[in-house]
Design a binder for this molecule. Structure first.
Ligand code: BTN
Length: 263
């Protein structure tokens, strides 16, 4: 077992001996690698893979996830949720698990932007890509720990970093531990409560795209299945996919202020 794998095990804690862990120097994408291995029947859940860098890190909506060495945590966890578990619940659980692990490892208090981007000081520090396959679900998590030399490329948009020295293996293990512990009680309302408490969009105006058209709506809540409850000129509805952006810079500033107060 290499040093990273040892710290992953420490983060997981003794109760999770059954989790297989592997740390690699470089992969195309930890999600892709686990999908291949799971489909070929070479691994069983729960399986945690992390890599020092990715050459083809993938984000939601077909985007690239910039994954340079030394500065980020790139991990995927292969899990087997109970049959019939809605994808939205896994999304919510994953976001809460990553928040908890970052809180414990750094003392920072990340905010969740629906669906599951994590922000610190108004910058996106973490993205989550959960992918369903016949054998289970691969939850891929990318956390920007430090700002890469030369900064983030323009395509990374609002990316920022935790800017804390963190033991990557330990953080990966902690994330996996909270995710797997949550999976044991996936229907429990405490998970949704923990998500809502970290998701400051309720009561704010957001922009979203429906049928190719940009619209503005008021966020009224988070539904049991993880959907975003909104209200616009057509009345109330629930968003289940896609993404939202804050309605104006004024709201973005308000959000940053709220975050600063919580730190
Ligand atoms: C997003 O922001 O849209 C989601 C980004 C998810 C990135 C992680 S990094 C580890 C795992 N492997 C990937 O290729 N993607 C996920």
């Amino acid at each position: 077992m290499n040093q990273l794998e040892e710290s992953m095990r420490r983060g997981l804690g003794g109760a999770l001996e059954r989790v297989s862990v592997r740390a690699l120097v470089q992969v195309d994408s930890t999600n892709l690698r686990l999908k291949e291995e799971a489909r070929a029947g070479r691994i069983r859940p729960p399986f945690l893979l992390m890599a020092d860098s990715q050459t083809a890190g993938r984000g939601r909506l077909g985007r690239r996830f910039v994954s340079p060495p030394e500065t980020g945590l790139y991990m995927s966890l292969f899990i087997s949720p109970p049959p019939e578990t809605e994808s939205g619940k896994i999304t919510i659980l994953s976001a809460v698990a990553v928040c908890r692990a970052i809180e414990e490892a750094t003392g920072l208090r990340p905010k969740i932007k629906w669906v599951n981007d994590l922000f610190v000081k108004g910058k996106k520090v973490c993205g989550i890509l959960a992918e369903r396959i016949d054998q289970g679900v691969i939850v891929g998590i990318g956390v920007n720990l430090l700002t890469p030399p030369g900064g983030f490329p323009p395509e990374a948009g609002a990316a920022g970093a935790l800017d804390k020295q963190v033991d990557r293996g330990l953080l990966a293990g902690l994330i996996a531990r909270y995710l797997l512990e949550g999976l044991e009680k996936i229907g429990d309302p405490s998970i949704l409560d923990a998500y809502r408490a970290r998701m400051p969009l309720v009561g704010r105006q957001v922009r979203y795209v429906r049928d190719g058209q940009e619209k503005t709506a008021l966020v009224t809540g988070v539904a049991q299945d993880g959907g975003l409850m909104i209200e616009d000129e057509n009345g109330p509805s629930v968003l289940r996919t896609g993404e939202v952006t804050l309605g104006s810079e004024q709201f973005a500033q308000g959000w940053r202020r709220e975050e600063a107060q919580n730190e």
